[in-house]
Design a protein around this ligand. Sequence first.
Ligand SMILES: [Zn+2]
Length: 349
Amino acid sequence: MARRRRGRKKKKTLIGRLGLALAVLVFGMCSLLTAGEYYHWDLPSWEAVEGWLGVVDSPSPGSEIPFSSPSAGQSASESGTRLQGAEDTEIYFIDVGQADATLIRQGDSFLLIDAGNLGDGDQLVAYLKNAGVTRLDCVLMTHPHADHIGGMPEVLEAFPVERFLLPDFSLMDELPTSAVFQRTLEALGKQKENGCEVLTAARGQEIPIGDGMLRVLLAGVETDNTNNLSVCAKFTAGKFSCLFTGDGEEAVEQELLAVEPNLGADVFQAGHHGSSTSNSERLLKAVHPAAVVISCGLDNSYGHPNREALDHFAAVGATVFRTDLQGSIIIRPSADGSFTVATEKNAEG
Ligand SMILES: [Zn+2]
């Protein structure tokens, strides 16, 4: 007995010493990195170390705001329809600065709309992995500007993609020539070899995302302005819906109003990062969203969001959320159309 007790004591002491040594090592490393940052020594930054460890901006919320829909009081049995699809849905408006990247999860299915700016690829891939993405059911490229496809090659290299929706390039005389567009097409070619279905967006297309649905309402307009190639699409799950118009400007909004009688949506992603070239009063009245999410960069050189657009959001009583002030924004809908909005940071919108 005595020998066994002694053995246990020895084991405990060894574990204790190892624990102490580890604590001293971690404390030492932390102190060194912090001091290094303070004195500008040539050491890896905290951000770099976090990157090596796979630490990325967490999708966990900083604050949560509930919204009820006009139909929220009506139960499924009262309405006589079987509601499904909205529960277990999340829409992540990822903070990618002056750019767009939106991830929609419905059950185990994922849809990505645009892929951030040049240089965002690796961080975007890490964010998607952190959100549980191992494959993408669908990727929508609204239009081929760098602030929408900047990280697309890395995304296409990181995940198998089942369907890829391209803008209708026949609406423009010339194809884009940027290096990132070429890299995107190369990566898309490899996806195609692996069975990815590459489609040109067209009005009326429906792509199921789990129990939800992505509907293409307009695939841009004939134009010499790349913004106006923007694919406009609505994601619906149960009674909840969210409208995306990319960077579509006045011509796109007018055509959308002309062809689509059902523009109403609970959430609207502000057109063109909240620019006054988009977000017309007529469009906002037709969409009548409870919340508008603006994806833009802090103190961006374009002055987005513009005052005029903010006035139009306010005129329809929409609550505005901004990635430049609040970080990534996560919408969680319920089957009755109500939803909550969680923000990464607690800044005022
Ligand atoms: Zn843009």
